[in-house]
Design a protein around this ligand. Structure first.
Ligand SMILES: *Cc1c(COP(=O)(O)O)cnc(C)c1O
Length: 415
């Protein structure tokens, strides 16, 4: 059971709202840093680096905090590369894991000296033509039918990502011919997975593949990128992944597979997003309407344009009504936003305390794939992002969009 605790009180948030009206996302700096350090410590037995998946929380202030504590950036688009560059994350501190990649992005990644992780064998000539083959190169492996069992992102055979096993061997030979000298291997087959065995399984698969590459074609892999996919306990009854046990189980495999095969030291990289910032972000919103028809609705000033996951995946996000943390959950509500879409519901049939208009609701676990997946449908403006700093103060790290922002790409004069 994970207690859905908050790093702030109602009185504190009421003061914040006087300056920054709801809705907004707020991130807990202290908790983000502590969590990153804990993750790094769990792998401190080896040479480890976390490349934060920028797409999960693309805000330069967040990237800077993570950078200051030893993380790199995992990018998959030109703006993500530029954002990383702007906060001083460059060179091999960037992992560029993209797919269907436009040439401009390869050119920028190469210019930054990023580690380029190719999603397909046909990208070798494409990269060569447009940006050149770098000295260090990585491939994304898709195990296809070889990987079954634990909860995976559907079936790898149906996944658009990565190279087949045969292609992996061909690809390293090809880039070696073209002058590449250093090699990494990557695979991403789980998503929001709370069972650590799945992540351990990815490590085993990549360790074994690194051994095969050495023995069969004399390619010496210098890092394995275990990618992302570590889940977070969105529901109070779920348990977070035990990072210490995860690190220890992977260490045992390292000792069993990597060391005896002469691949030590093999660097271990991850590119987690959700697990790094997800639990430490909150969407704060005000109840502005209540409506009783066939069901009881609470209308809030946020909508799924601020947090899309419930609408598109039916995802659970815990909700706390500030000041009513200990009140009985004796009302059943649908908590809904204002989009003209019936999927715009943050909670359905949720047992909550009695909610009055003006109550402040906190929607938990919005620190990853929250603001990031926002959009402007129905003319909804993107919210502000705030940082609850380590010293307890508040910093605006992205202002709310204005109507001028919304209209800024339109031309009203040439109609
Ligand atoms: C989304 C993504 C990640 C991060 O995934 P999480 O589930 O947020 O950990 C890492 N790498 C790639 C290539 C991704 O697309």
């Amino acid at each position: 059971m994970n207690k859905k605790k908050l790093p702030f009180t109602k009185d504190f948030i009421k003061k914040v709202i006087e300056k920054y009206p709801t809705p907004f996302h707020i991130y807990d700096e202290k908790a983000i840093i502590a969590n990153l350090k804990r993750f790094q410590k769990a792998f401190s037995w080896g040479i480890f680096k976390e490349y934060f998946a920028v797409k999960a929380c693309p805000n330069p202030s967040i990237l800077k905090i993570l950078k200051n504590h030893g993380a790199g950036a995992d990018c998959s688009s030109l703006p993500e590369l530029i954002m990383s560059e702007k906060v001083g994350i460059t060179g091999e501190n960037i992992m560029f894991t993209s797919n269907q990649t436009p040439k401009e992005e390869y050119i920028k990644a190469k210019e930054l000296g990023a580690i380029i992780n190719l999603d397909d064998i046909t990208h070798i000539p494409y990269l060569k033509k447009h940006a050149g083959i770098p000295e260090l190169i990585c491939f994304r492996y898709n195990p296809g039918p070889l990987r079954t069992g634990n909860a995976i992102i559907g079936n790898p055979v149906e996944s658009k990502y990565g190279l087949t096993k045969d292609q992996v061997f061909e690809a390293y030979k090809e880039v070696r011919e073209l002058g590449a000298k250093r090699f990494g291997i990557h695979s991403f087959v789980i998503s929001n997975e709370l069972n650590r065995a799945s992540y351990v399984e990815t490590a085993k698969m990549l360790f074994e593949l690194a051994v095969e590459l050495k023995n069969k074609i004399d390619i010496k892999i210098e890092f394995v990128n275990l990618s992302g996919g570590i889940g977070i306990p969105y529901k109070p009854e779920q348990e977070a992944v035990d990072l210490e046990k995860l690190g220890e189980e992977i260490r045992q495999l390292y000792d069993k597979i990597v060391v005896p095969n002469g691949l030590d030291p093999l660097k271990i990289y991850s590119e987690c997003g959700r697990m790094i910032t997800g639990p430490y972000g909150y969407l704060v919103t005000t109840a502005i309407h209540h409506k009783n028809i066939y069901k009881n609705y609470i209308g809030v000033d946020a909508c799924s344009a601020n947090l899309m996951r419930p609408a598109i995946y039916g995802a659970y996000h815990h909700i706390t009504v500030l000041g009513k943390e200990d009140a009985p959950l004796d009302n059943k509500y649908d908590v809904v936003g204002s989009l003209c879409e019936n999927s715009d519901k943050f909670a359905i049939d949720r047992n909550l305390p009695k909610i009055d208009d003006g109550d402040i609701l906190v929607i938990h676990d919005t620190g990853a794939h929250g603001y990031a997946m926002g959009y402007n449908y129905n003319g909804k403006l993107r919210s502000a992002e705030l940082l609850l700093k380590e010293d307890g103060s508040i910093k605006l790290i992205r202002r709310a969009e204005t109507i001028e922002d919304y209209f800024s790409t339109l031309d009203f004069f040439d109609l």
